[in-house]
Design a protein around this ligand. Structure first.
Ligand code: ZN
Ligand code: ZN
Length: 187
């Protein structure tokens, strides 16, 4: 039994690709270039594409024998927080997307699992799951404002960049404080 995504795709949704104009003849090509607003939660907790930010789709749709191969690049902005110093990160991101979407009721549809190959709903393709996977895989789990970010002084929380080179919080252990006083008396 072929498995189908239960929800119905909305052809007006920004990340739904309509293949009506792509002939179902292997080798037929169509390009999709458009700018769409990013969906919510595109990324991780520390760094993500802000919801509603521009996503540049530069995609190629190619008919293959039992479906449509979507490949190309999606780029946009990412914002997050440095995992070491909490400074804001404002960066750009470009991810490669390549995913095969099987026609409904094709042999591929009935012989492969849902997580192996994408599925078309009629003429529609939902790009969002593949895009989400690509973005999450590309973004670092522990983002840094720069590779050699020294982070914050654990004592005072000030960025090491803003502290003098000899900055320290050397404190005399109370157990030794008495000793140092003794030393002083001896002097
Ligand atoms: Zn940092
Ligand atoms: Zn400090």
């Amino acid at each position: 039994m072929p498995k189908h995504t239960p929800s119905t795709l909305d052809p007006r949704s920004p990340l739904v690709l309509d293949t009506r104009e792509l002939p179902r003849r292997p080798g037929a090509l169509r390009t999709v270039k458009r700018v769409v607003p990013a969906p919510a939660d595109l990324g991780g907790e520390m760094i993500a594409v802000p919801q509603g930010a521009d996503l540049d789709l530069d995609l190629r749709l190619e008919s293959v024998s039992e479906g449509v191969l979507v490949s190309g690049t999606v780029s946009g902005r990412v914002r997050g927080e440095c995992g070491r110093c909490l400074r804001e990160i404002d960066d750009s991101l470009a991810v490669r997307v390549q995913e095969l979407y099987a026609y409904e009721n094709s042999t591929t549809d009935s012989t492969t699992d849902e997580d192996e190959v994408g599925r078309m709903q009629g003429d529609l393709i939902d790009l969002e799951p593949a895009l989400r996977d690509a973005v999450v895989l590309t973004l670092p789990t522990n983002p840094l404002c720069r590779e050699d970010c020294p982070g914050l002084c654990p004592e005072c929380g000030v960025h090491w960049d803003d502290l003098p080179a000899d900055h320290s919080h050397e404190q005399i252990d109370p157990r030794w404080a008495g000793l140092s006083q003794l030393n002083r008396k001896e002097e």
